[in-house]
Design a protein around this ligand. Sequence first.
Ligand code: NAD
Length: 256
Amino acid sequence: SLAGKTAIVTGSTSGIGLGIATSLAEAGARVVLNGRIARDECEECAERIRKDTGAEVVFIAADMSDPAACHRLIDEAGGCDILVNNAGVQHVAGIPDFPAEKWDQIIAVNLTSAFHTTAAALPVMRERGWGRVINIASAHGLTASPFKSAYVAAKHGLVGLTKVTALETAEEPITCNAICPGYVMTPLVEKQIPDTMEKYGMGREEVIREVILERQPSKQMATVEQMGGTTVFLCSSSAEQITGTTISVDGGWTAL
Ligand code: NAD
């Protein structure tokens, strides 16, 4: 059980982050939800998890593209035993057309935020004598696709940061790993469907099977609950010697 542990999950008001936060609460952790700005939905998310699990859940608004806000999130959380760096954004365009501000935003949210939160969290974990850093990378942290330059670069960078964090904590009761999901049905993926339908002149189901899941041999999306279960496993004693590595949850994508 994760009773007595505080888990901070960045970008956890929707999708995978919300799924992971829910699983950690079910496992007994006190959970800190995070989103870029405070909205009614954020309090609703916290209340829903509280009701469903009986866990203590708080929400802290902090923009993960702002280094000072990353530090403030950890400082205000009231502990940090488990840090899940999940916040992420996507933009799809060829390199010559890729807006420079989108590149900067993706690198800031998907990669640099994890550096700042980890820098703030490690001293807290060291003081408390236990810690888990779990970075939500992607199959795109291990392989590439055209038109996703910033995302692929950020996720490869996050896998690199995962390895360095693991080495710097290797002799301590702290581990750091990356989960590399293939496609998971969340708002991030949902948003890519209409454009893809238009681009290929296909219907929704055809786009999901033939385009989105083209590289996912299982032909099934993974679920946010499976991401939550993998995260809870990485927090368990069975995973004490798992550090500095990636766990793919991608229906065989990276085996291709
Ligand atoms: P999502 O869009 O549903 O959720 C992203 C979360 O990040 C949201 O809660 C959003 O509010 C938050 N966020 C975005 N910008 C932020 C900022 N500046 N500050 C704070 N929070 C911010 O997407 P998702 O699919 O759940 O993605 C979650 C993570 O999983 C991302 O890092 C993504 O790259 C990764 N991932 C997703 C898939 C997939 O198929 N969905 C696959 C591989 C990896």
